[in-house]
Each structure stands twice: as structure tokens, then as C-alpha cells.
Design a protein around this ligand. Structure first.
Ligand code: ARG
Length: 457
């Protein structure tokens, strides 16, 4: 507990208690933001006549020096000074002398820390949006490359319908685009300066919060000083966007893990992204993508942690809020690393098109095509579904394929089958026919992948 603010007490801080309440570990992430906030604050104080221009210059010089020392690794956060705010103030006292004592005019650590976390969230959120864009670029490029590569589409992990592999990759693309949108939404609400809310009630001194907000490049100021210092919903939204993104990356990782098994054999991850076993010399394991899946759990945990921390807080600042920083930092770090890992995996995966085609050629997967064919011959869909289901049951039982059945045999299931049916019975014809909006027809996928890849390169 910082000695700068212990005059109220007759006894020094207990060593354990001082360590317990300190936040210096997490605060390493927000040193630069804290200093930027202080420079803006000192500038505003001078404009408002609350400090002199000379005092402002001395404070700003000192703060700039501390930033330099921080970047050079010579300014360290001392646990004895509790947190980043008191550490900076202490060092400023050494550098700027008595002028430093004026910096905390009309300010509290409560509005300071809320500002720092918002600045950090905005900066990091923008970087994550960029990294999502890079992952999308890779997906679009691989989708363009595989816009005509047949792939066995699955539901319930069972053969469903032939699709093209590019269509699968663009499904991830769409998810990630929504993820980027979620960050952008969250950042819009984070883009508010709480500076000037002070401890919780504002101040009797003539401050101008809009000035500090402008100087920091923030979109606006708070409208209620209590809310400004005591809510962290912007952090919850940010971590929630992280958790959904992490879940999406984990789903993608899961697909790559089983696609690269010998049983599926759809893709191969490059050696440089794989690890081996300490005992089984033949092993090539997809540990990196497995860890994308594994680490997603931690991000979901970060969100639960955060919501749990805030859900029962009485209105006003509570020290519990200090605990909201680590899950925010941790969630962001995990999704940044996971995005990089998945971008490398998407760029590097070798696609085994012949194996995909072999599985996509399962004639059972053409059942929906047959049913839709009957619909074009005016058979009600439910009746067509029944006829094809019977046909497919017999094929499955007798190890036969509808492709090799004669027209006469097919007519045994529905008299509406005509001579043109056989031309339909290939996976190529199947995907080509699925031209409904957002469908898997290779022409549609190629067109979209091309324009997305162009937009992202
Ligand atoms: N270190 C605290 C935090 O991270 C800020 C200090 C607020 N302390 C206080 N006694 N009001 O939230």
C-alpha cells in the first residue's frame, strides 16, 4: 500500500496485506496507457487554470521520461507502491519534484484505471480485428483455390451431401467476419473517457472531461460519474467477443484435427506446425491446433470470471474491479495467439483432393438430389422423400448404388423417374445444381472467394 497515501494511518502497511492488494503484475499491460492518460489530464488541468503552464510542462516532461524508462526496461513497478498509478506518481515525484503533487488534482485512481483499461481494450481490440482480417484473407485464398474441390459435406458427422471444400472454408470466413463485427460493436461502447468522474461523484473543481477525451482520441465522455468508475460492461463485451471467436477457432481446429487423421485423410498439416512423440517415433501430431481447441476453454473461463466478478457489486467503485483486468488481458492474448496459429494452419494445410472426392462420391449422398429431381416431376416432396428413402435402404442392404440401377428398377420406387435421372447422379452434378443463394455451386463459391480474396490481399 503506497506510502504516498498512508498518512491517515498510524501504522505502516502489513507486508502480506500490501502484496495482497497490489495489482502491479496485471498493471504492466497498462503502464503506457496510464501515462498517456496522465499527460492528457495535466494538459487539461493547465487549460482550466488548475495548474500553471510551467507545472504542466514539468509534469509532462517527467511523464515522458517515465515512458522512456518503461520502454527501456529501467522503470519497474514496485509492489510496495500498490499499482501502476502510485508507481508512476512516485517516480514523477523523483523527476518533477513538488510539481508532481498537483497531477492528481480532480482525479482518482478509480477513473484512472477505468480509462487505462478502456484505452488498452480499444488498442488491443483493433489489433484483433486486423488479425481476424488476416485469417479471413487466408480462408478466402484457400477457398478460391478449392472452389471446385469436391468434399463430403457432413451433418451429425455423417455423410450428408456433396459440397465443395471452398464452401466449407467460406463458412468459417463468415463466422470470423461476424466476430470482427462483434469486436467493432464492443469497441464503439468502450470508446468513452471516464476521466473526470473522479472517485465517483465528479469534482467541485472546474474540469473539462471532453478535453481529455479529445486529447486521447476517444469518442466521447461519460454522462454519469458513478457509472463511469464502476461498470466494466465494455470489458465483458470485449471478452465475450473473444470467447465467441475462440469457440469458432476451436471448431475449426477440431475439424482440422480429424481431417488430418489417417481415417479421414482430407488434409495434411505441414511438418513445421506439428510435433512428435517422445516414445512413438512415427508420430506426427497436430498439437498446435489441438491447443487452439484446448485454450478456448480458458477464454470461456475468462468471460465467466468477469461476469462473476461484477454481478453482485454494489454501485460505486469496489476493489473487486481490480480483478477484471487479468481475464481481459488473458482472453485477448489467447485469441491473438490462436488466430495466428489457425492462420498458419489454413495457409499451410495440404489438401488431399482425391481422398475428399472418394468420400464425396458415396452415392448415398445423392439421395436429396433424387428427391429434388422427383419434385421437378411434380411429386410432392414428402412422397419423394419416402420413395428415395426406400430406394436407399435397399441399396444399403444389398450393397448397391442407385447410379448403376436401370431406369426400370428406379421406376419401381417412383414412376416419375425418367431417362434424364442418371445424368444427375454424380457429385459434380449435385454441387453444380445447388445454385440457390448461398449454396455450394462451384461457380457461386468461386465468384465469392475470388472477390473476397481480392478484397483481402
Ligand atoms: N489498482 C486499482 C485497480 O486496479 C485501482 C485503485 C483503486 N483503489 C482504490 N482504493 N479505490 O482497480
Amino acid at each position: 500500500m503506497s506510502e504516498l497515501i498512508r498518512e491517515r494511518f498510524s501504522r505502516p502497511a502489513d507486508e502480506f496485506a500490501a502484496k495482497f492488494v497490489a495489482s502491479v503484475d496485471a498493471d504492466r499491460q497498462i503502464v503506457a496507457h496510464d501515462i498517456r492518460g496522465s499527460i492528457a489530464h495535466a494538459t487539461m488541468l493547465a487549460k482550466q487554470g488548475l495548474i500553471t503552464a510551467a507545472e504542466r510542462d514539468s509534469i509532462v516532461r517527467g511523464l515522458e521520461q517515465i515512458l522512456k524508462e518503461w520502454e527501456a526496461g529501467t522503470f519497474r513497478l514496485d509492489v510496495a507502491n500498490e499499482d501502476v498509478h502510485m508507481n508512476v506518481e512516485k517516480r514523477l515525484g523523483e523527476l518533477s519534484g513538488k510539481d508532481a503533487a498537483r497531477l492528481h488534482t480532480a482525479r482518482s485512481r478509480n477513473d484512472q484505471v477505468a480509462l487505462d483499461l478502456r484505452l488498452w481494450t480499444l488498442e488491443t481490440g483493433r489489433e484483433i480485428v486486423k488479425a481476424v482480417g488476416a485469417a479471413c484473407g487466408s480462408l478466402a485464398r484457400r477457398a478460391r483455390e478449392h472452389a471446385r474441390t469436391l468434399f463430403p459435406g457432413i451433418t451429425h458427422l455423417q455423410h450428408a451431401q456433396p459440397v465443395v471444400f471452398g464452401h466449407v472454408l467460406l463458412a468459417y470466413y463468415d463466422r470470423l467476419v461476424r466476430d470482427a463485427g462483434r469486436f467493432e460493436d464492443a469497441l464503439r461502447r468502450a470508446d468513452v473517457s471516464p476521466l473526470g468522474a473522479c472517485a465517483m461523484a465528479g469534482t467541485s473543481l472546474p474540469i473539462e472531461p471532453a478535453q481529455t477525451a479529445r486529447a486521447l482520441g476517444l469518442g466521447g465522455t461519460f454522462t454519469n460519474s458513478i457509472d463511469a468508475v464502476s461498470d466494466r460492461d465494455f470489458a465483458c463485451e470485449f471478452v465475450s467477443a473473444c470467447a465467441i471467436l475462440a469457440a469458432h477457432l476451436s471448431q475449426m481446429a477440431e475439424d482440422m484435427i480429424y481431417w488430418s487423421t489417417p481415417e479421414f485423410g482430407f488434409i495434411e498439416l505441414p511438418d513445421e506446425l506439428c510435433t512428435s512423440s517422445s516414445i512413438m517415433p512415427q508420430k506426427k501430431n497436430p498439437d498446435m491446433v489441438e491447443l487452439v481447441r484446448g485454450k478456448a476453454a480458458g477464454v470461456v473461463g475468462n468471460l465467466v470470471n468477469l461476469l462473476g466478478t461484477i454481478k453482485a457489486l454494489p454501485i460505486g467503485y469496489n476493489r473487486d474491479l481490480q480483478e477484471t483486468k487479468p481475464p481481459v488481458f488473458d482472453a485477448a492474448q489467447t485469441v491473438r495467439l490462436s488466430l495466428r496459429a489457425m492462420t498458419l494452419a489454413v495457409d499451410g494445410m495440404k489438401v488431399r483432393a482425391p481422398r475428399m472426392l472418394e468420400c464425396a462420391s458415396d452415392p448415398q449422398m445423392l439421395a436429396t438430389d433424387l428427391a429434388e429431381y422427383l419434385v421437378t416431376k411434380n411429386v410432392p416432396f414428402r412422397d419423394a422423400h419416402g420413395a428415395v428413402a426406400r430406394l436407399m435402404r435397399v441399396c444399403a442392404e444389398r450393397g448397391r448404388s442407385p447410379v448403376e440401377m436401370t431406369l426400370k428398377e428406379l421406376r419401381g420406387y417412383s414412376p416419375a423417374f425418367g431417362k434424364d435421372v442418371h445424368a444427375l447422379l454424380t457429385p459434380q452434378a449435385s454441387v453444380a445444381s445447388r445454385r440457390s443463394p448461398g449454396g455450394t455451386a462451384p461457380d457461386l463459391v468461386e465468384k465469392r472467394a475470388r472477390s473476397l480474396a481480392k478484397g483481402s490481399s
